[in-house]
Design a protein around this ligand. Structure first.
Ligand code: ATP
Length: 363
């Protein structure tokens, strides 16, 4: 396997910049997810690494080789696409063997590699079937197998699970993760599904508008988002982002909401606000870090339940605070109904603070 380095990668289409100065290193054997909303540039980035489209500027290295001008077929990569791209008339065996025949490998070596890939992916019993005789998950496994037989330095995967139903997607998620662990493969994986990225990847590259926003482990991205975009994109339901007014007097720093309520910040949080000198502070809170009470609590913020969504083992309550929608999770046994008065407390240890003007996390 190999490492992959992108240096100041740019791709423009006329006046539009699809990939804007992206630099990152994928270490040997690492699983990296490129994640972000539709149009953020993740597929373009993957296609640049694959060599399917020419770069505008910057460099791409695979292993120790700069591959900017290397043909896709000589980049030592294998791609897995969302539509599987299997040959419908060929059996699974022949689908797997075909890329090796194109490389003119000896027949017994092809046979060995095909059978080994089928064993790794647990599809030996499917080798004589045609794609139409397979389920979506099995077809996806064949697509993985076809990448695997090529023994590439890097696997590039573009939304490989997006055509599967929700249940199968979860199952294949574990299979691809297992595939990565067993083979210690270097994988770059494009997805718009943040949950897929969080559960599978060693590192996630969160993109927006062509820019790389944050590149770190899922835990770091989840717990320490660098800006409001990352904070709201990662996590479901989304982190609540509440615009507030900061003020400091007599050694106290408070955040005040539109409705007039205020929170006195802990010394740690107060220091962040004071260091930034901004007055417009956005409070970020994940649903599980907000405590909801159905009767008044001293110091808690009065609000009103807006919607109540039971999901089985957890109930989500939405409220409006300072013009923002706030998501809170409560046990299903808690009696909350729409329009009911509620009281909210934010966990100061786990709250996030952002500069309302720059949208960057306060440090
Ligand atoms: P999705 O999840 O919808 O596939 P994405 O993050 O993969 O989105 P890209 O396909 O990389 O996004 O596209 C990034 C931007 O570049 C988009 O604004 C897109 O419209 C634009 N773009 C992509 N390919 C071309 C092209 N061939 N010509 C012009 N613009 C393009």
């Amino acid at each position: 396997m190999a490492h992959v380095v992108l240096r100041n990668l740019v791709k423009t289409y006329g006046p539009h910049t699809a990939v804007n100065n992206v630099s990152l290193t994928v270490n040997d054997g690492e699983f990296v997810a490129l994640v972000g909303p539709s149009g953020c540039g993740k597929t373009t980035t993957l296609n640049l690494v694959a060599g399917l489209i020419p770069i505008t500027s910057g460099d791409i290295s695979i292993g120790d080789r700069v591959v900017n001008d290397v043909d896709p077929k000589n980049r030592d990569i294998a791609m897995v696409f969302q539509n599987y791209a299997l040959y419908p008339q060929k059996t699974v065996y022949k689908n797997l063997a075909f890329p090796l025949q194109m490389r003119r490998l000896p027949r017994d070596e092809i046979d060995r590699k095909v059978k080994e890939a089928a064993r790794v992916l647990d599809m030996t019993h499917l080798l004589e079937r045609k794609p139409r005789e397979l389920s979506g998950g099995q077809q996806q496994r064949v697509a993985l197998g076809r990448a695997l037989v090529r023994d590439p330095a890097v696997f590039l995967m573009d939304e490989p699970l997006s055509n599967l139903d929700a249940k199968l997607r979860v199952q294949m998620r574990s299979e691809i993760k297992r595939f990565h662990q067993d083979l210690e493969a270097t994988i770059i994986y494009v997805t718009h599904d943040q949950l897929e990225a969080v559960t599978m990847a060693d590192k996630m590259a969160v993109m927006n508008g062509g820019f790389l926003q944050q590149y770190d482990s899922p835990a770091q991205v989840f717990n320490h988002p660098v800006n409001m975009f990352v904070a709201s994109f990662i996590g479901s339901p989304a982190m609540s982002l509440i615009p507030l007014e900061a003020s400091s007097a007599n050694g106290r720093t408070v955040l005040t909401g539109e409705e007039g309520w205020s929170i006195e910040l802990s010394p740690h949080n107060a220091r962040k606000v004071e260091r930034s000198t901004t007055k417009k502070v956005v409070l970020g809170a994940r649903h599980s870090t907000i405590k909801l009470s159905t009767s008044p609590v001293p110091g808690a913020i009065p609000a009103k339940a807006y919607t109540v969504e039971p999901t089985g083992d957890i109930t989500f309550v939405q409220a409006l605070l300072s013009g923002a929608v706030v998501n809170i999770s409560v046990p299903p046994t808690m009696p909350v109904a729409p329009d009911q008065p509620i009281w909210l407390e934010f966990d100061q240890e786990r709250m996030h603070l952002f500069d309302g003007a720059t949208e960057m996390a306060l440090e």
